[in-house]
Design a protein around this ligand. Sequence first.
Ligand SMILES: C[S@@+](CC[C@H](N)C(=O)[O-])C[C@H]1O[C@@H](n2cnc3c(N)ncnc32)[C@H](O)[C@@H]1O
Length: 220
Amino acid sequence: MNMFSKWKGILSNATMYHHARHLVTGGLPFLRWTELYGLTDTNQRVADLGCGPADILRYLSRGRRPAFYLGVDISEKYLQAARQRSDACGIDAELIPMDLTRLPTDAEVQRSIVKLLEQHRITRVLLLGVLHHIDDASALQTLNLVESVRTVQTMITQDVIRVPGSWINNRYCDMDRGGYIRDEAGYDSLISRSDWPRHGKFWSSPRLPFLRYIHYELSR
Ligand SMILES: C[S@@+](CC[C@H](N)C(=O)[O-])C[C@H]1O[C@@H](n2cnc3c(N)ncnc32)[C@H](O)[C@@H]1O
């Protein structure tokens, strides 16, 4: 087993995932992200697709958090940790298993994601660290199905990105488990092919400033 596969094994453990990411990046800007993602707004009803262990909930306080949190992930292990996290912080939440790569071909999964978003009157959808795990067809289907739900006003993505000439950042990408890490043109192309009429783009970095995250905010 090489160093990278050991690292990927560590990340599959929900508790280690949180701490290992902080260690390698020098500290992720979760507090800033909660503001940027609208998670401190009590009027929002948020769906977090690919929520993982719902680490973002660690950074929300009572009175400054969404009215509802729907977490969806492929990993039952992460969902179990996410359930414990949402129970501990007392947020009204539901955690559901789903494989987003089934969306392009499975009408039942398509119906189920739309139904969940409609039923919970979701206003904002987060896709944090997920696009780089899924192929273009699955990514586009996810973006477009979310867009088809009229209660959803905004969708926000966040991903690691290959940056030409940025050796340390690109080594960080090599350590990632995602098989679809794109460069800026690749993410731009994906987002602009989606049904969302408007999008903005912004960047963030953890404490180690040469590591980059690209974000898109999609709106109507
Ligand atoms: C980089 S982690 C991000 C976790 C969380 N959103 C965060 O920002 O802390 C990527 C997440 O996407 C989930 N994921 C990967 N492929 C998926 C798929 N096909 N369907 C649903 N979730 C998936 C993984 O299980 C993991 O929790």
